[in-house]
Design a protein around this ligand. Structure first.
Ligand SMILES: [Zn+2]
Length: 430
């Protein structure tokens, strides 16, 4: 692995990354200042598309996911919103010469979660503030720093005057945080390759397994009235408690069962998170409706449809124990994430090459990792037979206040990616 990479070429490219570092930081800050939450990705995607075209000379395509095209796919997650004006950006660097290596997709998600509540932040979440060796802001860790790394790995190779032995695609996708339909749309549109790397900020290790995720919405109806008649009214918030507690019991139940082998070392691999609750509008009015939404994890190999049925049954069973809920059962629906888990074989060539690239550029041992979250890597491996893994920078407070990324790790990841690309795609000499 990697032996075929000429040392002089590698040294030259790594030096180029050092030389371009200020530019890489500026790019990261530029994309970090766009508040690219769900539905607001257009402006940053236009910026990235222009950057790909003008600064990297790539052939750029914009894909607008069309639910009619992808809804029949087993990896599709039902979305309740429009895809109008929300492109996935694909930049291609095609080789004119014969293919001597393997083609590669480098993919990152441009969408970020909301920074609310803002009162907990010490930095402006959209200002990409550098303090010492850290940069703070929403999306700095997850995962705009990874995007900067993959873009500058390619830029450094291009600006070194090299020609790769196979095509390389740079992609910034939408909706990794809620459906994955952005990545799916690009694959369904025919953008495939011999391998894919995703610089998710899970650290500089090769991701071998991730859980699956589903989202559930529970709507509870009460019988509202003025609080003076509260003894006769039924408070939907109080009834929803019963079901929230039931979901937390379900979480204990699934974590007490035998674990998937890749997650055996973790005490609590499957998380159930109550992420949202909406009910009531007045302290002196009995709430007549309560809606809550939760995220439920599942193991690789489990069918999201079956888990949805199991969750539904569990909640309806809990409702049976309450007189009111028995008469007015909760409405249980699913939207957003319908994601299978994924577990990979450690013997894959992509890991061998990544190990070589990591060791060569950092001088450190290579490790494997798992995550109790999902990522877009599932699509490549599960449905398209494209070996794909995640390897990315280190940071903290992902999805929380004062999210940050370690800048040294961003540079290190840029270098590992560059070494990987040289080895995986090959380089034309002369
Ligand atoms: Zn992410």
């Amino acid at each position: 692995m990697g032996e075929k990479v000429n040392e002089q070429i590698l040294t030259q490219v790594l030096a180029k990354i050092d030389a371009l570092w200020e530019e890489e930081l500026s790019f990261l800050q530029a994309i970090g200042c766009y508040p690219s939450t769900l539905g607001n990705e257009k402006a940053v995607q236009n910026y990235v598309a222009k950057y790909f075209q003008e600064e990297l000379g790539l052939e750029v395509d914009k894909i607008f996911p069309d639910p009619k095209e992808i809804a029949g796919h087993p990896g599709y997650s039902p979305a309740e919103w429009s895809y109008e004006g929300r492109p996935v950006v694909v930049g291609q660097w095609k080789t004119d010469k014969p293919k001597i290596g393997k083609s590669l997709i480098l993919q990152g998600h441009i969408d970020v979660v909301s920074p609310e509540p803002l009162c907990f932040w010490n930095y402006d979440p959209w200002d990409a503030t550098i303090v010492g060796n850290k940069i703070y802001g929403r999306g700095m860790q997850d995962m705009k720093s990874g995007i900067a790394a993959m873009v500058f790995a390619v830029k450094a190779i291009k600006e070194s005057g090299l020609e790769l032995g196979a095509d390389i695609l740079l992609e910034t996708v939408i909706e990794e945080e809620c459906t994955g339909n952005g990545a799916l749309a690009a694959l369904e549109r025919g953008y495939v390759a011999d391998g894919a790397l995703i610089p998710e900020p899970f650290g500089m290790s090769g991701l071998i397994a991730q859980v699956g995720v589903i989202w559930v919405r529970v709507r509870v109806i009460g019988a509202g009235s003025h609080v003076e008649r509260a003894d006769r009214a039924v408070n939907a918030i109080e009834k929803a408690y019963i079901l929230v507690n039931a979901l937390k019991d379900y979480e204990k139940h699934i974590n007490a069962k035998p674990k998937h082998k890749d997650f055996e070392h973790l005490e609590h691999p499957l998380n159930v998170n109550i992420g949202l609750i909406r009910a009531g509008d007045w302290p002196s009015t009995v709430a007549s409706e309560c809606v809550f939404e939760a995220r439920v994890g599942l193991y690789p190999g489990q069918d999201p449809y079956q888990i949805k049925e199991e969750v539904k049954e569990w909640l309806l069973q809990a409702a049976q124990a309450d007189k009111w809920l028995r008469q007015s059962p909760p409405e249980i629906t699913f939207y957003g994430f319908h994601a299978e888990g994924a577990a990979l074989d450690r013997g894959l060539e992509i890991f061998k090459e990544l190990e070589w690239a990591h060791k060569t550029t950092t001088g450190e041992e290579f490790e494997f990792g798992v995550t109790t979250a999902t990522s877009d890597m599932r699509f490549y491996n599960l449905y398209y037979n494209i070996p794909a893994t995640c390897y990315g920078p280190l940071g903290g407070n992902m999805h929380g206040a004062d999210e940050w990324v370690d800048l040294e790790s961003v540079k290190a990841v840029t270098k590992t990616y560059a070494a990987f690309i040289l080895s995986w795609c090959g380089v034309h000499r002369g």
